[in-house]
Design a protein around this ligand. Structure first.
Ligand code: ATR
Length: 274
């Protein structure tokens, strides 16, 4: 008898460099779960068809990455409250009741900061750079930690304002353009812009990071990202990249699918080693 392992995958474009198959395979080995996880390249516009095909072939769940998180939001039959508000889905669960959509990005960021790095966010002054999908995906979880304030700064200030309005019921959130940051100080600066793709950093005042401040880039790479380097150059106690968040959001998906929490520490360490 051939045993068909439960099938999972990540869909994105591009997808070749995705670490998700490695992460989930490590989780599966660690927790003794029998499953297979692969990366599937999907052409823009083809997400729904690809997800349907995967489901029809017996697939149990999907991770969804750039540029399909909004398509997955539309595709899901039922949305978690956090995915609903984020307007983006990174985890699909194929079950008897239909396709559930959730978003584990925000909880992943918060767990990396508060658990792995023991950096509580309560009463902190947080600056979130960017107002695109990445920023929207983490806002609810950040506000749930009850920071003293959360300011969204974006190149296009109007987009930051729109985002602040959308989340205003959840905590002390406001918005501005980069030029309005002069004279302000923050304990934690989170980069959710795409500037790092060009090895760039948004234009920030040199003194915007408070003494004892931390920096966190949602992006990660083999080499320190431009924003991680900015943090180091501006006196951050810690200037972290998004590898820990990547593993934590994966753990959140794994838990939704399998009902068990993997240990993330050894997996983060393995990925750091290359
Ligand atoms: P993502 O899903 O990664 O958030 P996105 O929705 O396209 O991608 O959003 C990209 C974000 O990065 C936006 O906030 C964008 O600013 P604008 O809204 O003004 O376009 C920001 N961004 C991209 N390149 C940037 C740069 N060179 N400097 C500053 N911000 C940048």
């Amino acid at each position: 008898m051939i045993l068909q392992l439960d099938q999972y995958a990540v869909m994105g474009h591009p997808i070749a460099h995705s670490q998700s198959p490695r992460i989930h395979t490590l989780f599966a080995t660690q927790t003794g779960q029998n499953l297979e996880y692969r990366a599937i390249l999907v052409e823009p516009g083809d997400f729904a068809a690809a997800a349907r095909t995967f489901h029809a072939a017996g697939g149990k769940g999907l991770n969804v990455t750039v540029p399909f998180k909004q398509d997955a939001w539309v595709f899901a039959d039922i949305l978690s409250a956090r995915a609903e508000r984020a307007g983006a889905v990174n985890t699909l669960i194929f079950g008897p009741g239909g396709v559930r959509g959730d978003n584990t990005d925000g909880p992943g960021l918060v767990r990396d900061l508060t658990v792995n790095h023991r950096y509580p966010l309560a009463e902190k002054r947080i600056l979130l750079l960017g107002a695109g999908g990445a920023a929207r995906g983490v806002l609810q979880s950040l506000l749930a930690e009850q920071p003293a304030q959360l300011v969204i700064a974006n190149r296009t200030a109007d987009k930051a304002l729109g985002l602040a309005l959308r989340f205003s019921g959840l905590g002390r959130v406001s918005a501005c353009g980069f030029s309005e940051l002069a004279g302000r100080r923050f304990d934690l600066i989170i980069n959710a812009t795409a500037a790092g793709l060009d090895d760039a950093v948004p234009p920030l005042p040199d003194d915007v990071l408070a003494a004892e401040g931390w920096c966190y880039d949602l992006m990660y790479g083999r080499e320190p990202t431009a924003f991680v380097r900015w943090g180091r150059a501006h006196g951050a106690v810690q200037s972290l990249d998004g590898l820990g968040m990547l593993v934590e959001q994966a753990a959140g998906s794994f838990h939704l699918w399998r009902g068990v929490w993997p240990e993330t520490g050894p997996v983060i360490a393995a990925l750091r080693e290359g």
